[in-house]
Structure formats: structure tokens, C-alpha cells
Design a protein around this ligand. Structure first.
Ligand code: PRP
Length: 209
């Protein structure tokens, strides 16, 4: 049985649809209930829904053989997993944003609010800018409005949240999308099964282009 961790939510539903079209369907997953684990013994596959930011933990520790995680999480936490495939789903970008009229004069330490402290620290180290990181857990856009920070580092998808809060992207750090990841020892011991899934999913990714 191959254990697959799927990110709960809209992205996860698209991801499951991809697995389904690739020939790894599990009809019980579509029943409307609060169950979190579903399996199809015929296809030797077991799916479970986890919080998107937890997928990499399940895979890294081997509770799941494979899973789908955002590149943002992989960059932020650097889990010890293999990244097998870009699914071309959940596309967005990690960006620096600030109030429209904000200009960094480069003089004093820049206050940066973010959920992604490692990505932010690495980015500013790479451009040699001294920063003070303020770790938040959500609604990051409020921070510069209330002068808690000068800028934010956050995910931008449509740009609507920024626009509605009078903020704009000042620079893009990295493009983000969903990635298929594998536990390292699963890849060794269930390699043939995993490769087979990767090949079938790859065709789905290409079909999406
Ligand atoms: C994310 C992100 C932005 C928003 C960007 O928040 O942190 O707030 O989506 O999307 P947009 O560019 O399409 O407006 P999420 O909904 O994940 O909630 P959060 O506030 O907990 O981060």
C-alpha cells in the first residue's frame, strides 16, 4: 500500500483529481463525510487529508510515502525529502510587499513581517540588507498598515489582498507551485511503485499545460 498525504482544501481536490485521472482513483474519498483516511486496496493506495503545511512532516518522517506540498513550505522548512515533480498547480509567488508610497531608503534596519522567516532572512542576506524579522501567523497584510513593520514577505496569488489593503509588490523573491515529494527510504524500497505514479502523474501535468 502506498500512503499519500494530500493537502486539505481546494488545492488538494485538484491534486486528487490529478491522481484519479492518472489511474489511482479512490471513489470513497468523494463521499461527503468527515473521514480523513481513504483507501483503494485494488490500486494499493491510501490517501489522507492533512493540513497543507503539515504534508512535508508526514512525508519526511515516513508516515506518508509521498505527498504534495507547496514550494513555499519546502523552501521555508527544508524537509529531508525528495522533490519529484512540479505539478504546475497552486501557482503563486513569494514577494516583498509594502504600502504603495513606501520607499526603502536603505538607511535603518528594515522591519519585515512574515510567516516565512527563513525565506525572508535568506532573501535579505542575499542582497545584504539588514532586517528585523517579525514572525506572524496570518493576516500579514495588516502589519505595515499599523506600522508594525515596513514591509511584508508573503504569498501573492491574484494580488487582490494587497490591492484591497493599498499595498503593492515591491519585488518577487521566488515563484511557487505544488510539488510531489517522496520520503527518502520509501523511494528506495517502494521505488518502482513511486516511479510508476510519477510517470502517470507527469502525463496529467503535461495535459494541463
Ligand atoms: C494568502 C496570503 C495572502 C493571500 C494572497 O493568505 O498570505 O494573504 O493568500 O492571495 P491573493 O493574492 O489572491 O489575494 P491565506 O488565505 O493563506 O491566509 P493567511 O492570512 O492565513 O496567510
Amino acid at each position: 500500500m502506498l500512503n499519500v498525504a494530500l493537502p486539505k482544501g481546494r488545492l488538494g481536490e485538484k491534486v486528487y483529481a490529478m491522481f484519479e485521472s492518472a489511474g489511482y482513483e479512490c471513489p470513497s474519498i468523494k463521499e461527503n463525510n468527515r473521514k480523513l483516511i481513504f483507501e483503494n486496496p485494488d490500486k494499493q493506495v491510501r490517501y489522507f487529508w492533512v493540513k497543507p503545511s503539515d504534508v512535508a512532516i508526514y512525508v519526511e518522517r515516513g508516515a506518508a510515502d509521498i505527498g504534495v506540498a507547496g514550494k513555499d513550505i519546502l523552501l521555508e522548512y527544508s524537509p529531508d525529502v525528495y522533490e519529484l515533480l512540479d505539478l504546475n498547480l497552486g501557482k503563486c509567488r513569494m514577494a516583498v510587499a509594502a504600502p504603495v508610497d513606501f520607499e526603502d531608503d536603505g538607511q535603518k534596519t528594515l522591519k519585515v513581517a512574515t510567516k516565512f522567516t527563513n525565506i525572508a532572512a535568506k532573501y535579505y542576506a542575499s542582497i545584504g540588507r539588514e532586517i528585523d524579522i517579525i514572525k506572524l501567523n496570518g493576516s500579514i497584510e495588516i502589519a505595515p498598515i499599523l506600522k508594525l513593520s515596513d514591509v511584508i514577505v508573503d504569498i501573492v496569488e491574484t494580488g487582490t489582498t494587497l490591492k484591497e489593503n493599498n499595498l503593492e509588490v515591491k519585488s518577487t523573491i521566488v515563484p511557487i507551485s505544488a510539488r510531489l515529494i517522496s520520503n527518502k527510504s520509501s523511494f528506495k524500497f517502494k521505488g518502482t511503485d513511486i516511479e510508476k505514479i510519477v510517470e502517470s502523474i507527469k502525463n496529467q501535468v503535461n495535459n494541463n499545460d
